[in-house]
Design a protein around this ligand. Structure first.
Ligand code: F6R
Length: 365
């Protein structure tokens, strides 16, 4: 049931501190600040040459964030692909490498087909699934569950952040096994993950400000989302969330791609949501924001106090999140991104939990 919420989606957004905390507790040892995966992996990460990550929609964006983590923590090359492409492009795969499949439902037809293809090629397979009785869970070598609980709203919210938590734990485990992370590095990263539920609660407290902003967004025909680094997949997720429930056209772009085309769209009517925690690419994103501002674009900046101080551009609205380690920004910034889509859709009067033309589980290709 919806408890006291108007929609399942609202309930599921608000459940995130709790369910991400449950997921965390299953993947780390809180007493020692070490990663402790709930299943023994039947391979050694130091023998893996390449990881291929496959999923659809929001789950694929979780995989896209994880690519940055695997490459940084474990120096392991990652290919990320949407399942409908992966299954037909006959990717050359090396026997003994690793393929990871991410799915809330565990029944997505294209993801399942991709899993079967990877298995047939002799790869180790891990599925990150929410429904542990699902076909994808049953058919994969190792199942690493998300503990999001049932997700009823068609738009994925809590499953996404729980997927990120599981993937972060796997990436840290890989970094340890490959000797790329020291014990100290691991402790620091795990301590950052432990902060996530509290940080998410702080992000949820920004809801009144975001609800007000949504009135403005609801008047737009198009919205652009920009980000760099792990905020780039989050920009893609923000655009997907907004378009699927509010039916407002939205696109996500790597901020650095702005001048390669989408900048032509910018005018006074176009909100541009910039996801930019104060991190090592922040300054680069600021220069993209300046390009938007110079053309009259209306900037919605999601950042932290340091970023808000350093951003030398006029914004329509600045949403200030707490300071946090760079690793966990995709999990926490997901919250304002989801809330903005949700409140915009509520104002538009759409069927938030059951958007037109969409199904919760896509069992046909
Ligand atoms: C978007 C959304 C979809 C799903 C996609 C994959 O909010 O929910 O994009 O993420 O259909 O579904 P699963 O994770 O069940 O494989």
């Amino acid at each position: 049931d919806k408890a006291n919420y108007r929609h399942f989606m609202a309930k599921e957004i608000h459940e995130q501190p709790e369910v991400v905390g449950h997921t965390l507790a299953r993947y780390v040892n809180m007493a020692t600040d070490q990663v402790a995966l709930p299943a023994e992996l039947p391979f050694d990460f130091s023998k893996i040459g390449r990881v291929s990550i496959t999923a659809c929609g929001t789950a694929s964006y979780a995989g896209f964030v994880a690519k940055y983590w695997f490459e940084r923590f474990a120096r392991l090359p990652v290919e990320i692909d949407v399942a409908s492409e992966f299954r037909y492009r006959e990717a050359p795969l090396r026997k003994g490498d690793l393929a990871i499949f991410i799915s809330q439902s565990g029944e997505t037809a294209d993801t399942l087909a991709a899993l079967r293809y990877a298995k047939a090629q002799g790869l180790h397979t891990i599925s990150v699934v929410n429904v542990t009785t699902s076909t994808i869970a049953r058919e994969s070598e190792t199942v690493l569950p998300t503990l999001a609980g049932p997700e009823i709203g068609v738009a994925s919210t809590k499953a996404f952040t729980c997927q990120l938590m599981v993937l972060a734990a796997i990436a840290i485990a890989a970094g340890k096994a490959r000797g790329e992370l020291s014990d100290e590095d691991e402790t620091k990263l795990v301590q950052a993950l432990v902060e996530v539920p509290r940080l998410m609660s702080a992000a949820l407290a920004l809801e009144p400000q975001i609800e007000k902003l949504a009135r403005d967004i609801a008047k737009s025909r198009d919205v652009l989302y920009l980000g760099r680094g792990t905020s780039y997949p989050l920009a893609l997720e923000g655009a997907l969330k907004l378009k699927e429930i509010s039916y407002i056209h939205a696109e996500g772009y790597a901020a650095g791609e702005l001048k390669h085309g989408p900048i032509a769209l910018i005018d006074e009517t176009m909100p541009v949501v910039v996801i930019a925690p104060y991190d090592r690419v922040f300054e680069k994103t600021v220069s993209n924001m300046q390009e938007v501002a110079a053309r009259g674009g209306r900037i919605v900046l999601m950042t932290d106090a340091h970023g808000a101080r350093e951003a030398t551009v006029e914004s329509l609205e600045t949403i200030v999140l707490p300071d946090m380690p760079a690793t966990v920004t995709p999990l926490v910034y997901a919250v304002p991104v989801q809330l903005l889509a949700y409140h915009t859709a509520v104002i538009m009067g759409t069927d938030v939990d059951q958007p037109r033309n969409l199904a919760k589980s896509v069992t046909v290709e």
